[in-house]
Ligand binder design. Structure first.
Ligand code: ADP
Ligand code: MG
Length: 268
C-alpha cells in the first residue's frame, strides 16, 4: 500500500532490531528537528509496550491520557479525544504517551489502530511512530500503511543478524524495499565491519549511519555541529524529501518553504 492523498500527514515508523539500539532517541530527536527546523506539525506516537518512554524524553508533564486509554474506547475515539491526550513539548510537536500499565497491554484492534492513524494523518504533517520490537498484526498493518519503515540497528553481530531477520519479515509482509530505510546507529568506522560487507549481508544500502555521540543527556540538547546531528539532518531531509530549510530566524522564507512542502507531496 502506498501513502494516501496529499493533504494527509506522512507516517514514519521506527522499529528496533533489539532493545537499546536507539530507536526512541532517534524518534524524539527526528520529531524535534522536523518541528523546530522544518516547521512541520509533528506527532510522535509511542506504541512501545511495556515501558515506552518517548514522552518522558520530551516532557516532564504527566499526560491526561495515554495510548492505552484511547485504544480502550474505540467508540469515543475522535479528534477531540486525541487532542486531549497529547502532550505538547513544543508548539509544533505533540506526543501521545505509551500505554501505562505494564501488566495490561493496550487492546490493539486493527480498526481502532487505523482510526487513530487516520485522525493523526488528518491533523499532522508527520507522524513518527516508535514501534519498539513489536510485529503483531495491527502494528504490521500500520507498517504496511506507513510511508517509510525504519529499522534501527547497531553494528554488532547479534544486531546485524536481527536486522536481517527484520528486513526479511518486512519483505514477507509486503512492505517493499523502496519504503524501508534502515538506520545504522552508533557506527564507528575505526572498529567495525566494513560498510560494503554489512550492506552485502543485509542486502540493502545503508545510507543513514549515525555515529556515536559522546554527550547524550535528558532532557536532550540539540548536539549542534556534531557529525551525529549532521547525519540526523540528512535523514530528516531524506524523509521529507526536501533539503534542509533556511534558518529559523527567517520567518517569511520558513513559511514559504513550509507551503512548498505541503503542496508538493511525494509521488510514492
Ligand atoms: N548514537 C548514539 N551515541 C551514544 N549513545 C546513544 C546513541 N544512540 C543511542 N544511544 C543511547 O542508547 C541508549 C538506548 O537508547 P534508546 O533510544 O532508549 O533505545 P531503544 O529505544 O532502541 O531501546 C540511550 O541511553 C541513548 O542515549
Ligand atoms: Mg525505546
Amino acid at each position: 500500500m502506498t501513502s494516501p492523498a496529499s493533504s494527509h500527514g506522512r507516517v514514519f515508523a521506527l522499529l528496533s532490531c533489539k532493545g537499546g539500539v536507539g530507536t526512541t532517541l532517534l524518534t524524539v530527536q527526528l520529531g524535534r528537528l522536523l518541528a523546530e527546523r522544518w516547521q512541520l506539525n509533528v506527532l510522535i506516537v509511542d506504541w512501545v509496550h511495556p515501558f515506552g518512554d518517548a514522552a518522558l524524553l520530551l516532557s516532564t508533564e504527566d499526560p491526561h491520557a495515554h495510548l492505552g486509554d484511547l485504544l480502550r474506547q474505540p467508540e469515543r475515539l475522535d479528534g477531540a479525544l486525541l487532542d486531549s491526550a497529547l502532550l505538547r513539548p513544543h508548539p509544533r510537536l505533540a506526543v501521545l504517551a505509551a500505554a501505562e500499565m505494564p501488566s495490561l497491554p493496550p487492546p490493539l484492534q486493527l480498526t481502532t489502530v487505523q482510526r487513530l492513524m487516520a485522525l493523526a494523518r488528518a491533523r499532522f504533517d508527520c507522524i513518527l511512530c516508535d514501534c519498539g520490537r513489536q510485529l503483531n498484526p495491527p502494528l504490521l498493518a500500520l507498517l504496511q500503511d506507513a510511508d517509510r519503515v525504519m529499522p534501527v540497528f547497531q553494528p554488532t553481530l547479534a544486531m546485524i543478524r536481527d536486522a536481517r531477520r527484520l528486513l526479511v519479515a518486512l519483505l514477507e509482509a509486503g512492505i517493499g524495499p523502496e519504503r524501508v530505510l534502515p538506520v545504522l546507529n552508533r557506527m564507528d568506522p575505526r572498529h567495525q565491519a566494513p560498510l560494503d560487507l554489512l550492506e552485502q549481508v543485509l542486502g540493502t544500502r545503508l545510507q543513514h549511519r549515525l555515529p556515536e555521540h559522546p554527550d547524550f543527556a535528558v532532557p536532550l540538547p540539540h548536539p549542534q555541529g556534531h557529525p551525529w546531528q549532521r547525519t540526523l539532518v540528512r535523514l530528516a531531509a531524506a524523509l521529507v524529501r526536501q533539503p534542509e530549510p533556511p534558518d529559523a530566524a527567517s520567518g517569511i522564507l520558513q513559511r514559504w518553504w513550509r507551503k512548498q512542502w505541503r503542496w508538493n507531496p511525494p509521488t510514492s
